[in-house]
Write a protein that binds this ligand. Sequence first.
Ligand code: ADP
Ligand code: MG
Length: 389
Amino acid sequence: MSTLRPGSLIAELNPRSIFERLVSLAGQHPWTAPRPGDGVSAGLLAALARGDDLPPPFQVMHFVAIPPLLNYGERGFEVDQTNRSVVVDEQIVVKWLTPPAASPHPAPELLGHLTRVGFTATAPPYAALTMRAPDGGELLLALVTGYLPGARDGWTWCVDDAAGGRTAFAAPLGGLAADLHLALATPSPATAGTRPAADGPAWLRRAEDALAEALDLTDGTDGDWLAARARTLRDGLAGLAAERATPLIRIHGDLHVGQILRWRDGYAVIDFDGNPTVAEATPYQPAARDLAQLATSLEHAGQVAIRRLDADPSAVARWTRRARAELLDAYRARLAEHGRAELLDESLLGPFEIEQECRELIYAARHLPRWRYAPMGVLRTRYPGQETS
Ligand code: ADP
Ligand code: MG
């Protein structure tokens, strides 16, 4: 039987009271997600570990069996997060979605798929908690995954490596991204395998809209600088319109170094919630979409290293070129090893990277003004000295 660490309230491990608490939290507007230390996450895990039937309106989807817990101590994470994650017993992460998301949601589907196809370079997926909403719809409340000991995300480790000029991570990261895409290209009800139809004109429209919006939302001297490069950037997107037959796969959708954990046993990719910034996008995209985002995120890590760690900009520029080349080489090599080189259409990378920088600018303008320096730094490095349009 489990021992309870002081601080987790025994009364709250009573499943009835936990689910009553959840019903009352869920009924509040806005929804107040459980917090580290309030015992709700531990109580949920206790109920799941016992195999209790959850009382209505809750339901649980299981992936792999939850390991036995030794104690029920809870803590939070000291990193930027969109949702609220609670670590229980240093073994399990309960990520409470803030706010709960409409179900079906991409994450449970993909975690189920990745488990079935044997992809293990992620936090072990245990369960998803959903509830029936008063309007009859279903809401995803929480995702339960394994805690990876010693994990740091790329906004820490990759930024440190950028400052230190280290690129040893790039090849394993490229291999990991390729393994993920090979797994996502494997047919199942969740992924539907690959799809042949590719829509260049729609991708061009989407990218041009992002550029127009970035130009519109970016003000001041950055805005002037950007406006002077609008032609160059637009020219960089033009190739998207070409006829092509690129396979579409179920992509990760938000693949950047912040979703890559470096932990005791290597690297892991997490957060299958999809792209929070492109609501209307279909999850079936060319693999190049994820790869472009991952590659540009190395450049963002470089910009963070310059800003926060006082790294030398020209040394960082050299690091970025090397890291990027090694990442892409390893990615291509892994696809080729599996006879799936066709999953990557190289000609999409350049335009998708430009679109990604526009999306970063839009995100900065709408949600996080202090982030603007990162995409601006990348663009200024890529398009130096062209002071006129
Ligand atoms: P969000 O949707 O809030 O961004 P993530 O799933 O991306 O949530 O996790 C946020 C952060 O929490 C990660 O960047 C990482 O630092 C930490 N984290 C998440 N899951 C784990 C895990 N399984 N093991 C260790 N750390 C984790
Ligand atoms: Mg995340």
